[in-house]
Design a protein around this ligand. Structure first.
Ligand code: ADP
Ligand code: MG
Length: 226
């Protein structure tokens, strides 16, 4: 069976210019298959977050070629990229960036309301399903800032999943969680990859987490050393 490639990075090179010119990504190439759970590891400063930012389509200041879900990303305009991201990519960061004064439900629904492809009722139903998936039933109508850190992180994941993104990207998504919540997040990622064939690319410092990924990609000094 031919396995489908979901993301392809082809010789990605990036410089920072402040305070001095510095080649932070030195020609990164790798592929991620559809439904793969990929762990990105490497020492602090090796370029993981910078690479993820390029892969997420938010950073366009690089050389090389990025293809996601058979779309050539490199060269697209900002408004096209914003639309692409909202529809195809979900993000989970170490800090969750929820809107504190909005309810949990509103936070989760927001990216889908913005995408405007389903009715409000459909979106709400999906949001409640995501809440159940993340073991957050009963918290829907609370203000986001009334939840614990672990719960807020799970809300952020529920939000990242609202548009059924083909790719989910995480930058140390479990970085401020205890081991129990780390396991919860990992199990959800595992399930999404396996059952819904969503592709997951996540930076992690957690050895147990990394060990359980389908594949590990290691970065060193701006290069991938698989
Ligand atoms: P990691 O996530 O692997 O810890 P980063 O991608 O955050 O690494 O950073 C890689 C390197 O780029 C580091 O040396 C860091 O200091 C540098 N760096 C990160 N962001 C910037 C920036 N905006 N301007 C200049 N240098 C940066
Ligand atoms: Mg980082």
């Amino acid at each position: 069976m031919q396995e489908e490639i979901m993301l392809k990075a082809d010789n990605i090179i990036k410089y920072f210019y402040e305070p001095d010119q510095f080649k932070v990504l030195k020609g990164v190439s790798f592929e991620v298959k559809k439904g793969e759970l990929l762990g990105l590891i490497g020492k602090s400063g090796s370029g993981k977050s910078t690479l993820l930012y390029v892969l997420s389509t938010m950073d366009t200041d690089y050389e090389g070629k990025l293809t996601i879900n058979n779309n050539l990303i490199t060269g697209k305009k900002q408004n096209q990229l914003a639309a692409f991201r909202n529809e195809h990519i979900g993000f989970v960061f170490q800090f969750h960036y929820l809107l504190p004064e909005f309810t949990v439900l509103e936070n989760i629904m927001l990216p889908a309301l913005k995408l405007n492809k389903r009715t409000k009722e459909e979106i709400e139903e999906k949001a409640y399903r995501n809440l159940a998936l993340l073991d957050l039933k009963g918290h829907a109508l609370k203000k986001a800032n009334k939840l614990s850190g672990g719960q807020q992180q799970r809300v952020a994941i529920a939000r990242a999943l609202i548009n059924d993104p083909a790719v989910i990207m995480g930058d140390e998504p479990t970085g401020n969680l205890d081991s129990k919540n780390t396991q919860v997040v990992f199990d959800i990622f595992r399930q999404l990859a396996k059952e819904q064939h969503q592709t997951i690319i996540t930076v992690t410092h957690d050895d147990d987490f990394a060990k359980n990924c389908d594949r590990i990609v290691e970065m060193k000094d701006g290069l991938v050393i698989e």
